[in-house]
Design a protein around this ligand. Structure first.
Ligand code: FES
Length: 174
């Protein structure tokens, strides 16, 4: 599938309908974040084409959907690695070596900030405050799992564990 191709399947349409049904009939656009999350779950990212499909479905201007996907960094604008590391670099985390953690990860994985490893396993990117400043420095893995009090050893161990997971998954698929 090309990066832009997106066809609304019956199964996805049904999932959208479940989300829209949670709101009054004239408030379908309230389901926009949920619909975009479904797209990302199924495609791995939200393409411009997918934004237009969601906009059509919800009766919204495409630019309004684009504003949502670009405001929240949990939405991926392009295909990323299997494991997305969002490293907080806002001030409280900076004061506890958040930038060093980011640089360590980039060095360890041989990527620039925002880049994805050649094997498509890891993407490392900066993030705004993740709301866990007391645990600084922090990183969010795949938008769900918080990694608190990062240091180089913990980051290395996490990368090793995730690599093992990926290898084990690949082995079971052979
Ligand atoms: S500044 Fe990093 S979680 Fe708030």
């Amino acid at each position: 599938m090309s990066a832009e191709a997106f066809v609304l399947s019956d199964a996805t349409r049904q999932r959208f309908a479940v989300e829209v049904a949670k709101y009054p009939p004239d408030q379908a656009q309230s389901a926009v974040m949920a619909c975009l999350a479904i797209v990302q779950q199924e495609q791995g990212f939200v393409s411009g084409q997918a934004e237009k499909v969601v906009a059509d479905y919800l009766g919204m201007p495409p630019i309004a959907v684009h504003e949502v996907t670009t405001f929240y960094n949990m939405y991926n604008q392009r295909p990323l690695g299997r494991y997305k590391f969002n490293v907080c670099t806002n001030l409280p985390c900076q004061l506890r070596d958040g930038q060093s953690a980011l640089e360590h990860l980039c060095r360890r994985l041989a990527v620039e900030e925002g880049g994805t490893t050649a094997d498509s396993l890891f993407t490392v990117q900066k993030s705004e405050c993740l709301g866990a400043c007391a645990d600084a420095p922090v990183m969010l893995v795949n938008d769900r799992q918080m990694c608190s009090f990062m240091n180089n050893e913990r980051l290395d161990a996490l990368v090793a564990t995730l690599r093992e997971h990926a290898s084990a998954d690949a082995a079971t698929k052979v």
